[in-house]
Design a protein around this ligand. Structure first.
Ligand code: PLP
Length: 413
């Protein structure tokens, strides 16, 4: 079987309508949408009864290992609109040595660094661009801390759609380069991601760009939702006890929470849910502050700074959806300082041979902190999300050198 087999099978799709996440108001499917009429994110709804009758677990087992295996629960109606780069199912990698050392339970990392463009942003953008292609959209624009822009540029270029992309000035060089190489017009902006977002909104009003900012179009969530579908299937439809998710705009956390509800509705899982833990950096923790204050919205975090650039998001339009999922699941929000992120990155690389991205390392640091303060028990099964390959980030130089013209002390190398 090849990945492409999922793309060539005849499709039956089940999208019924789109729903405003705040008011519940229905919006028609098969039309171009950004936010709802109330200015909030839209959620795609499906004929779940129909899917329940159509889709069986053993049928799923026979399909190739990529995200299109869940096509009944995805929005793309026609296979010719799919713009794929091979979105392989990502592995769940155990960290047995560290789990033993910490006296914790099973510790698994879902390694999203294996996806096209090296991050899980590919899941969301493959869906958004495929839908944009279906709608005949010709020019997309986005603010990004790097990974989302790279995924957008790649898929849009493949689909023949123009892209204009704005990054904060200090975005890692590799991100700017890959975005540019993959065919986008990319600009560094002297501000943060929400400042870049304002430029996109203005361009949308003035020249009609399609705004593909986080949660400002409905399909990136549907792509990110496949993390939850995959995880459930990989664990043989048993939910883990707790999930640690590095939270910026929150698409993945909201998407997985939606996925679990849909899986229950089609009879694939029961009512047990993992506790969802939103992990943020101490230098940019608007969700943690709102969670601790018991409020529903998270005001902008001023002077945001952290080495985990993917979660340097001062304000999120889906704040209430993130907080709702965290609270409904019995989870919590937690902030970790940058030095704990760096130490975690070093530790996992050195001991387990797994080079995480800083955002992934933040989930590990949060797991350690939660074990220590008792919010997670040693006996529990925990899943961390490593959302990008560690190779996309600036790495510390190694200074050791060897002069081949001098005697070499082999015993000490
Ligand atoms: C975008 C990103 C995040 C945050 O994901 P959201 O679902 O938008 O909260 C975390 N880590 C990395 C590496 C990212 O690129």
């Amino acid at each position: 079987m090849h990945y492409s087999d999922n793309l060539t099978t005849e499709r039956k799709t089940f999208v019924t309508y789109l729903e405003c996440s705040a008011t519940g108001e229905r919006h028609a499917a098969d039309e171009v949408h950004n936010l709802s009429r109330a200015g909030k994110p839209l959620l795609v709804r499906y004929d779940l009864e129909g899917i329940k009758i159509t889709l069986r677990k053993d049928e799923l087992k026979r399909r190739p290992p990529d995200l299109w295996r869940y096509r009944e629960l995805l929005p793309v109606r026609r296979k010719e609109d799919i713009v794929s780069l091979g979105e392989a199912v990502t592995p769940l990698v155990p960290l047995p040595k560290i789990a033993k050392k910490l006296g914790g339970g099973a510790l698994l990392v879902k390694d999203e660094g294996r996806l096209p463009t090296g991050s899980f942003k590919a899941r969301g953008l493959v869906m958004a661009v495929s839908m944009a292609k279906a709608f005949g959209i010709t020019h997309m624009a986005m603010p990004t801390n790097g990974n989302a822009g790279a995924a957008l540029a790649a898929y849009a270029s493949r689909a023949g759609i123009k892209t204009t992309i704005f990054c904060p000035q200090d975005t890692p060089e590799v991100n700017i380069s890959e975005i540019g190489l993959q065919g986008a017009a990319v600009y560094r902006v002297n501000g943060l991601i929400d400042d870049c977002g304002k430029i996109v909104a203005e361009g949308r009003a003035k020249v009609g760009w399609f705004d593909v900012s986080t949660l400002k179009e409905p399909y990136r969530i549907e792509g990110k939702k496949t993390m939850g579908l995959e995880l459930a299937e990989q664990l043989n439809w048993q939910m883990p006890d707790v999930i640690f998710y590095p939270t910026g705009g929150g698409t993945g956390l909201i998407g997985m929470w939606k996925a679990f509800a849909e899986l229950e509705a089609i009879g694939f899982i029961g009512s047990k849910r993992p506790r969802m833990v939103a992990v943020q950096a101490a230098g940019c923790a608007p969700m943690v502050r709102a969670y601790e204050e018991g409020v529903e919205h998270a005001p902008r975090w001023e002077n945001a700074r952290t080495i985990a650039s993917g979660i340097r998001v001062p304000q999120a339009i889906g704040d209430f959806l993130i907080l709702r999922a965290v609270r409904e699941s019995g989870g919590f929000a937690i902030a970790v300082p940058d030095d704990a992120i760096s130490a975690g990155l070093d530790e996992v690389a050195r001991e387990e041979g797994f080079l995480m991205c800083p955002e992934g390392a933040a989930t590990y640091a949060a797991y350690r902190q939660s074990l220590a303060d008792g919010r997670v028990k040693a006996s529990e099964q925990a899943v961390l999300f490593n959302c990008a390959t560690g190779l996309k980030y600036p790495l510390p130089p190694i200074q050791r050198a060897l002069d081949r013209h001098k005697p070499i002390d082999y015993a000490n190398l």
